[in-house]
Design a protein around this ligand. Sequence first.
Ligand SMILES: [Zn+2]
Length: 312
Amino acid sequence: MLNRYRIKCLFMGFLCLTFFSAYADELPPFTQAVAENVYSFGDPSKGYFSMFVVTSRGVIVMETVNTPHAEAMLAAIQQITDKPVRFALHSHNHWDHAAGGQVFQDVGAKTVAHIEAYRWMKDNPHPDMALPNRYWKGSRKNIRLGDTTIELHYLGMNHGLGMTVFILPKQRIAYIADLVTPNRVLFTIVPDFNIGPFVESLKKIEQLNFDHAIYSHSHANVFEPKIWVTQTREFIEDVQQAITEEFQRGTPFTQIPQTIDLPQYRDWAMYYEWLPLNVWRIMLDGVMGPFPWQPDHRYKKAFPGVLHRHHH
Ligand SMILES: [Zn+2]
């Protein structure tokens, strides 16, 4: 299957080179136009993809990643437009996504994270990560710039802190980091994902108004349909079901990760390498209870120095 996929990629690559080289030449390296004024940016060999939108009053960037990525993206933006970058929006707290913000602060942009991500970033500095100069609270916010609105959706605990899904409602395009990676099983040991709320968040994302998304890591194309959200949820539910069946069968706990096979997903990248790790993580969550965990929206109504009465 891998070979067939490679041949398909080569063939598609050839077609693209043949028919679209004139268009491709006009765009900076690693930049792809996915809709009018909407672009993806990322070096496929490094595996991180951002999105940027050129509005009538400036540019909005989603995901700074790190300084080399941010500098290359800024250079690409400046080749496409002379409008200033007004906003750089962070999806969540993790160092491997949220670094590089200084590049955009240096050109006068507001860098923005959800308060939960902001507080983590404040307490867990990284030499390449600038503290955002704006944060937002709650579960919804719109950012308007000129002719463009971006919806910010905080869907609760799912991965990291303050995880934000971005929607361009007019274009029906989303930017989704880490929660969905098309054509690949879950990442290694499923780090800092809270399995139950993760599934609930995927159901909420399935209800949001978009048709396609730029996914921060994709093992298909950068710009892929919404269906991968559903497929990711179904994959987790299929793993959970398979674990339950192995328990019922009496398979020893430590053998379950090597025992489970889900043939319908064998084509997905890292299936053989990471499926056992995925199973370990999901199985432990089922045995120990949800982790990591924190009370949801704990900052929403909290004021410093105020003790809140406990309600039954
Ligand atoms: Zn992450």
